[in-house]
Design a protein around this ligand. Structure first.
Ligand code: DC
Length: 219
């Protein structure tokens, strides 16, 4: 069984997708982490994210793995190295959308995502899961929230990660920029799948969102 969870940055997708997967006993796959890991490698190799040909070469020669942990987020391995923390840094967040809009990069990532999803029941979160990666997913969700609330949540995420000194204004500018790039790109733009259940989480608790998703999945 495949459950697709899409939506914009900061809407709470990964939090609820992870909890839903746990409740169902399914594997949770954070597809954004894969684009982030590739972005880290590109930056570490001093390649400009706009240098499409070189970025594609890196994508094709990189091993990205998501290793489930018992009770926390999956460990993200980049060519065997644990980069779970490094991929959340602001320098990655700033460049990831540029890399994620390259169609041949997406082909590589989508192939990995499909091979994971074809062997076991999973909950995948991303931008294009219900529209492109698994258009025939058993259940599809689009998790959204008001812009200001998304900014507040992302800002809090950074504080929780120990990233200090990033202002709310900077988070807002980054989110607005990523929203624009993610939803206007030519390949697999962020959009609501026709058959997705849209949940506006602005005024909902995490528990309420997960309960609603669980109920809908069981129907
Ligand atoms: O969910 P996130 O913030 O970790 O995602 C990082 C970026 O990766 C996001 O700006 C868009 C991109 N992304 C994508 O294009 N397709 C996906 N399935 C997941 C993420």
């Amino acid at each position: 069984m495949i459950i697709a969870v899409d939506g914009p940055a900061g809407a709470g997708k990964s939090t609820v997708a992870k909890l839903l997967a746990k409740r169902l006993g399914f594997l949770y796959i954070d597809t954004g982490a894969m684009y982030r890991a590739l972005t880290l490698k590109v930056i570490e190799n001093a390649i400009e994210p706009s240098d499409t040909e070189r970025v594609i070469e890196v994508a094709r020669s990189t091993r990205i793995e998501l290793v489930p942990t018992v009770d926390g987020p999956a460990t993200v391995l980049l060519d065997g190295r644990d980069v779970s923390r490094a991929i959340r840094e602001p320098r990655i967040t700033q460049s990831v959308s540029i890399i994620a809009k390259i169609s041949r990069v997406r082909e590589v990532m989508v192939a990995i995502q499909r091979s994971l999803g074809n062997t076991q029941s999973c909950v995948l979160d991303g931008r294009d899961i219900g529209t492109v990666v698994f258009p025939r997913a058993d259940k599809k969700f689009f998790i959204d929230a008001a812009f200001d609330e998304r900014v507040r949540r992302r800002h809090q995420d950074l504080i929780n990660l120990g990233v200090i000194g990033v202002s709310k204004d900077a988070v807002a500018a980054d989110l607005a920029n990523r929203d624009t790039i993610d939803s206007t790109r030519k390949v697999a733009p962020l959009k609501v799948a026709d058959d997705a259940l849209v949940i506006d989480t602005t005024a909902m608790t995490i528990e309420q969102v997960v309960a609603r998703m669980f109920e809908y999945t069981r129907q």
